[in-house]
Structures are given as structure tokens and as C-alpha cells.
Design a protein around this ligand. Structure first.
Ligand code: ADP
Length: 361
């Protein structure tokens, strides 16, 4: 049985938002570019672009934000609208099933408005074509009638800035990607940056947090602000019920062990992926869908939620022949690293054990 994305969001370290997160996230989201922690390059590039557009009194280029869930795409969209002093419409790819759904939004925009489309890779095809024209010429063709008698009536719409977010940039057709003047990929955060985020959130939530407690939480947050904020809330509960309310390193450690968040922040799904790859498939290479079936998840969940961080942590690699475990995976699972694996150069005859570790690609 495969689990639904909602179950997925209930895991302590899932990067997907659960109902609880959505309530608290509003309060914790940085509101301006200057408050945003990390993503220095993206912040600087955006700041230049927005200031330039404001200076010229024009709407800025359309913005495409890609990257794994929980890294700040929605936050950045909101910041763009705040920096421009423009209102924002929020929708998502799955909500736009027909061109008419999109036309309803685009034809009622006011000048300069920001339109945020989350999961833009899931916009239905006919709507996508309408989007091309709207992005380029600020025009939509409204089709009246059906069949051979149908006529397209061009309708001018207000100049707007589209902010698209996607966890799967690779699925975007080139024609859509090319229409964004500004694209940025958000990467996982460093533990130091997550430490700053956790301290900021603790301040906003009125939680007593020692620096060593913040570091412990940051180190186990899978490089993801959303997870850092969620773990902070779990640890706060623990500190209030089992301690005196102050989050210290010991309290954070004990709480996170209780929630089965290990030192690298890997959780049940990550473990399952690594264990299947190593134990069932001998380290691979194995195709994504086969791996997903082995852990009872949707291929997309494995690809979007688990894999990017496992790759970043150096535990698995993507190769054209499939996913491959690195020696670090065996070590992580407490297993002896085999002498030969898909990643190891075959030793020359009589030259002893394999030397340098090389993943082929
Ligand atoms: P995404 O849209 O990429 O899934 P969000 O923008 O919803 O991610 O971010 C999730 C939460 O993480 C936000 O509510 C916010 O509190 C926090 N967050 C994200 N990025 C940052 C950041 N750079 N600095 C501080 N907090 C952040």
C-alpha cells in the first residue's frame, strides 16, 4: 500500500507542510528580503532585480523558484509581493485544470499584481498555453463557441509578475521555463543558517532556547527551515512537560530521539530508502519506481522528499542507470562496506583492494 502525501506530511521531519505547520508558518515567515536568512545569492539577485524594476516603474521579470519542499519558495513569493508593495493572488498547478480557471484569475488582475502559482509543473496543458501568451504579451485569448465555429477574442490584461514555484523543475516544458526572466534554485541550508532560523523562530514564539539547543535542532533539520521550525515545536513541548521549559542541548537530544529523528535528521522514509537500496538491491543501480515500490511510497515522494537530501548528504547518487548507494550508506546502516560495488573502480589484477571511490555516471 502506498501512503498519501498527507500521511507523509505527518512525519516529524517531513519537508511537506502539515496542518499544524500551516497555522504557525504565517507567523514565522520572514516578511522582507532583509529578514530572509541564508540563500544569500538569490536574495542579492532578487533585491537588484526588484529595485531596478521599482526604479523604472515597471513590473519586474517573471520569477521561477525551484527546489525541494520547505526551503522558502512560498516565503520568497510573499516577500516579492511585499517588496513591490503589490497584492498577490495565490493559486497552484493542480487548481488550474482548465484554461478558464486561469482566465478567471488573469482577467481580473489589477496593474502590477503578483500571481503566485505553486507546483506550476502541474498546470494543465491548455492553461499552460494561455499562460505563455499572458506572460509574454499580457493578453489572453478567450475562446467563444465550440468546434469549427469557435472564435478567439484577444483580451488585454493588466501587467503582472508571475512567480512560479516547483519542486520538479525538470518537468517544466522549455517553452514555459524560457518565459521566466529570473530563475533561482533554492538549495538546502547550512546548519549555521538553520541555527539562526531556529533562534529567530524561538524569539517569535516566546520559547526559551539556549544556543547549544538551537545547534542540536539545526543539525537534525535536513537542511530545511520548515523542518527546523517543526522540530523546535516538538522540542518545546518536551521541554515544557519534562523539563523547566528551557531548551538545552540535552533536552533537544532527548526529545528528538523520542521522535526518532537521528543525528543527520534522517527519518523513517530516508532509512527505508537506504535500507532497500543497500539490502535489497545490493547498492544499485536501481530505478526510481522499483525503489519506491520497495519502500511502499509514490515514486514522486521518494524523488522529491527523500532523495535530494540523501544525495546532498553523499549517501546516494543518481546515475543514468539508476540510484546507487555510496559507501557512506553502508557505514550509516552500520554494515561493512563491500569490497566491490557499483561505485568502486575494479582493482587492476594483482593490485590489491580497490582504491579511490568513483561513482560512474
Ligand atoms: P516552500 O514553499 O519552499 O515549501 P515555505 O516558503 O512555505 O517553503 O517555507 C516553509 C517555512 O520555512 C516558512 O513558513 C518559514 O517559516 C520558514 N522559512 C523558509 N525559508 C526561510 C528563511 N530563508 N529564513 C527563515 N525562515 C524560513
Amino acid at each position: 500500500m502506498t501512503r498519501k502525501p498527507d500521511d507523509e506530511a505527518e512525519r516529524a521531519v517531513s519537508a511537506l507542510a502539515n496542518a499544524d505547520d500551516r497555522i504557525v508558518e504565517g507567523a514565522l515567515r520572514p516578511k522582507r528580503l532583509s529578514e530572509l536568512i541564508g540563500q544569500t545569492r538569490v536574495r542579492e539577485q532578487l533585491s537588484l532585480m526588484l529595485e531596478g524594476a521599482l526604479g523604472r516603474g515597471r513590473t519586474p521579470d517573471h520569477v521561477l523558484l525551484s527546489g525541494p519542499p520547505g526551503l522558502g519558495k512560498t516565503t520568497l513569493a510573499m516577500i516579492i509581493s511585499a517588496e513591490l508593495g503589490a497584492p498577490m493572488r495565490i493559486t497552484s498547478g493542480p487548481a488550474i485544470e482548465r484554461a478558464g480557471d486561469l482566465a478567471a484569475i488573469l482577467s481580473t488582475l489589477s496593474e502590477g499584481e503578483v500571481v503566485f502559482i505553486d507546483e506550476i509543473h502541474r498546470v494543465a496543458r491548455p492553461a499552460e498555453e494561455m499562460l505563455y501568451l499572458a506572460m509574454e504579451d499580457f493578453r489572453v485569448d478567450v475562446v467563444i463557441g465550440k468546434g469549427p465555429g469557435a472564435t478567439a477574442i484577444p483580451l488585454d490584461i493588466a501587467q503582472f509578475t508571475l512567480v512560479g514555484a516547483t519542486t520538479r523543475a525538470g518537468l517544466l516544458p522549455a517553452a514555459l521555463r524560457d518565459r521566466f526572466g529570473f530563475t533561482a534554485h533554492l538549495d538546502f541550508y547550512e546548519p549555521e543558517e538553520l541555527g539562526v532560523i531556529v533562534r529567530r523562530s524561538a524569539g517569535l514564539l516566546g520559547v526559551a532556547l539556549r544556543d547549544d539547543g538551537a545547534e542540536e535542532i539545526a543539525g537534525r533539520s535536513r537542511g530545511t527551515p520548515r523542518i527546523a521550525n517543526r522540530l523546535l515545536r516538538r522540542v518545546r513541548d518536551y521541554a515544557e512537560v519534562r523539563g523547566n521549559g528551557l531548551i538545552t542541548q540535552d533536552i533537544a537530544k532527548a526529545a528528538l530521539e523520542l521522535y526518532e529523528v537521528d543525528e543527520m535528521g534522517l527519518d523513517r522514509l530516508d532509512h527505508a530508502v537506504l535500507a532497500a537500496l543497500v539490502r535489497k538491491f545490493g547498492g544499485g543501480p536501481v530505478g526510481l519506481s522499483t525503489l519506491a515500490v520497495a519502500v511502499g511510497e509514490e515514486a514522486e515522494t521518494v524523488e522529491v522528499v527523500a532523495e535530494p537530501f540523501l544525495v546532498r548528504a553523499g549517501l546516494i547518487a543518481r546515475t543514468p542507470r539508476g540510484r546507487v548507494a555510496t559507501p557512506a550508506s553502508w557505514e550509516y546502516l552500520g554494515l561493512p562496506v563491500p569490497q566491490q560495488g557499483p561505485w568502486v573502480r575494479q582493482p587492476e589484477a594483482g593490485q590489491g583492494p580497490p582504491g579511490e571511490v568513483t561513482l560512474f555516471d
